[in-house]
Design a protein around this ligand. Structure first.
Ligand SMILES: C[S@@+](CC[C@H](N)C(=O)[O-])C[C@H]1O[C@@H](n2cnc3c(N)ncnc32)[C@H](O)[C@@H]1O
Length: 244
């Protein structure tokens, strides 16, 4: 999914690359942010947690959509955390940021049980077992009725599914490149970087997307109800579960 050059862990080069190209490379990025926010029931006050906010567009949308809520945004990149603070500067009083390592367990208890936990394009850096443990820990951390919403790339189990996802992602980046800049320079960069995971799914050890079916099952096993995928396109899915 990125120019990782065989790296096993996200680093600040990856952050800079994503900051430069995320707006071209993420299919239907604005609609995805809207849909994630739409899934969260309006409730006065409360804590919303975003795991791996990147430049903070989703955190900002949540702060705007839920003016009584606070957002805790956790990321492993100092540059991304600074970007999140910049993006959310108009809501600084309701934003807390913190450094964390997604795969570790030390951050998975919160002083206040969150009303919702969201994450976009990050959990695929964990392997299947780590995802299962994460979902179980987040189910335990949420308040009753709380929601987990994951937006991420998911791995189609069939060759035909991979080919369709690859083609759709190319088409999406091509369209965004033309719509944003009026040329195909960003699309050319997408190809040069080999960003389309679905064209070479075993090429980058940093990317470990699981299938959608597996992840929905892991949410159910973790105790979530109302487990569902509400959107899927170009190998990118938004899925969620509610803590009973
Ligand atoms: C592809 S970006 C996605 C950013 C943002 N959520 C979005 O959708 O635009 C991945 C984000 O996850 C963070 N990240 C990746 N692996 C991580 C890890 N193991 N621990 C903590 N943060 C990590 C990166 O710093 C980056 O902000």
């Amino acid at each position: 999914m990125a120019d990782m050059q065989g790296a096993r862990h996200w680093n600040e080069n990856n952050s800079r690359s994503f900051l430069d190209y995320g707006r071209y490379f993420v299919p239907e990025r604005e609609r995805q942010i809207d849909m994630i926010a739409d899934l969260i029931p309006a409730a006065p006050g409360g804590l919303l947690v975003e795991l791996c906010p990147g430049e903070g567009l989703l955190s900002r949308a949540l702060l705007e959509r839920f003016p009584d809520s606070r957002v805790l945004a956790l990321d492993g990149s100092a540059e991304m955390l600074e970007q999140t603070r910049q993006t959310c500067r108009n809501h600084a009083a309701r934003l807390t940021t913190g450094a964390f390592e997604l795969s570790q367990c030390d951050w998975r208890t919160f002083s206040e049980a969150p009303q919702a936990i969201v994450s976009s394009l990050a959990i695929h850096h964990l392997d299947g077992r780590q995802k299962q443990m994460l979902f179980a820990d987040l189910a335990a951390a949420l308040r009753p009725g709380g929601l987990l919403v994951v937006a991420d790339i998911v791995r189609p189990p069939s060759a035909a599914g991979l080919a369709i996802a690859a083609r759709q992602w190319d088409e999406a980046v091509r369209s965004r490149s033309l719509a944003i800049d009026g040329d195909l320079a960003a699309f050319a960069e997408f190809n040069r970087l080999g960003w389309n995971y679905f064209r070479n799914p075993d090429g980058e050890p940093i990317d470990k997307p699981s299938s959608l079916a597996e992840q929905l099952a892991w949410l159910s096993e973790a105790g979530f109800t109302e487990v569902d995928c509400i959107w899927l396109f170009a190998g990118h899915a938004i899925f969620s579960g509610r803590k009973p």
